[in-house]
Design a protein around this ligand. Structure first.
Ligand code: SR1
Ligand code: MG
Length: 396
């Protein structure tokens, strides 16, 4: 499909989004098209265009020249739309079936036209409704193993890897992560946002020098370790699911970074669920955490054997060393995500929507404590079973 709209940026109205969809000639010319703006993220417009007779739809996503969550005072590059579309196309090849199909793009309009996934549910919403998705861990573990292995030096020629690292240079979006995940929540910064009863817990974090030393090391890893092409924002709002299917969306934060980052963000968002749940429902989430890591480790190891190109791949202990580093990094990044989702700028509904104030504050304190513990003890875990035991203890 080709977009022939004038190539200068303009934020689309619903009518203009319909006109763009008509141009793409995917709908019958006689079709009566409906348009709904369904974006509930922090940054973009998401239009769903559908044929009122058949229900057939497509998505037109448009980046705004600023962060929607804050407003026009926070300008943000439109190039993120190109980063996102290119990451979706590449991830679609590496992890087949795990991302929406991209139909068309327009860099000047910052528009990506893609597969409509509205038959699926945003994972965060489903989890808040206490749903369980039996394929989730297998699908996300596999997505992580394939996208991260095949874009790393373990599975990709160094010339191509460096070409991709340059293509996915994403400094403005990385700066958001550097500030909002790794810096601001650990200082008394004005972007932080928390309820007054949490001030003491926040102050303890700001005063905890050994914790901050560990966060500084994790931030340095994020800033400097170009290990693989990351999704860059793999929280449970970036995943669509149902009982059988899983699709990862929104890789606008994609860039070359440490492999453990995507894994850590995903696990952290499941840990939040473990903290807000109890009994059998908590047990299911903890099993998802364990299974995600197990699937990742198993598939990453198997790709290492079958498709690894690193000369040292058979050197005794090297694979185990590489995987242990990813594991410990992921636990540390998960800890940072837990803290920033509680006292930083961008919160999660899993915690904020708990109606009873005492319960909500209690769960948020637990999330902060879990984050601090995981950051500080990350290197002590020798296996996923040990991490699972710790998560059970921290979420009780
Ligand atoms: C200003 S953007 C805030 C957060 O929303 C995105 O989804 C990322 O998680 C970012 O940190
Ligand atoms: Mg997003």
């Amino acid at each position: 499909m080709t977009i022939t709209a004038p190539s200068t940026y303009k934020a689309l109205t619903e009518q203009e989004a319909i006109a763009l969809a008509q141009e793409l000639e995917v709908f019958a010319t006689s079709a009566s098209l409906l348009c709904e703006e369904i974006g509930d993220g922090n940054l973009n417009y998401v239009f769903r265009i559908s044929d009122s007779a058949t229900g057939q739809g497509l998505i037109i996503k448009q980046a705004l020249p600023y962060a929607k969550v804050v407003g026009e005072s926070w300008p943000l590059t439109l190039h993120r739309a190109t980063i996102e579309a290119n990451a979706l196309k590449l991830h679609g090849k590496l992890a087949k079936g795990r991302v929406p199909e991209v139909y068309a793009t327009d860099a000047a309009l910052a528009v990506t036209v893609m597969e409509d996934l509205s038959q699926l549910t945003i994972l965060r919403n489903g989890l808040i409704d206490a749903k369980h998705y039996p394929k989730l861990a297998e699908h996300i573990g596999g997505y992580l193993a394939h996208t991260l292995f095949y874009t790393s030096d373990f599975g990709l020629h160094p010339f191509e890897k460096k070409r991709l690292a340059a293509e996915f240079s994403n400094p403005e979006l990385c700066k958001i992560t550097e500030d909002l995940i790794f810096t601001d929540p650990f200082f008394d910064h004005d972007t932080n946002d928390f309820e007054e009863p949490l001030r003491e817990a926040a102050q303890e974090i700001w005063d905890n020098q050994p914790l901050k030393f560990e966060v500084a090391k994790l931030k340095r890893s994020f800033l400097t370790e170009a290990e693989a092409l990351l999704h860059g924002d793999l929280h449970t709002g970036s995943i669509f699911v149902d009982e059988h299917d899983t699709k990862v969306i929104d890789p606008e934060f994609a860039f070359y970074g440490p492999i453990g980052f995507d894994i850590g963000l995903f696990l952290a968002n499941l840990i939040v669920q473990a903290i807000t749940r109890s009994g059998e429902e908590r047990e299911l989430i903890v099993q998802d955490i364990t299974q995600t890591w197990q699937v990742f480790e198993e598939q990453f190891s198997s790709l290492w054997e079958s498709d690894g190109i690193e000369t040292y791949k058979t050197t005794a202990g090297y694979r185990e060393y590489a995987i242990e580093k990813i594991f410990h990094d992921a636990i540390g990044f998960a800890g940072c995500e837990l803290i920033r989702r509680t006292i930083g700028l961008a919160h999660v509904r899993d915690l904020d929507d708990i109606a009873d104030e005492a319960t909500r504050i209690d769960r948020k304190r637990q999330t902060l404590k879990a984050g601090e513990t995981l950051i500080q003890t990350r290197r002590s875990y020798q296996s996923i079973a040990e991490l699972e035991a710790a998560i059970k203890e921290l979420s009780k």
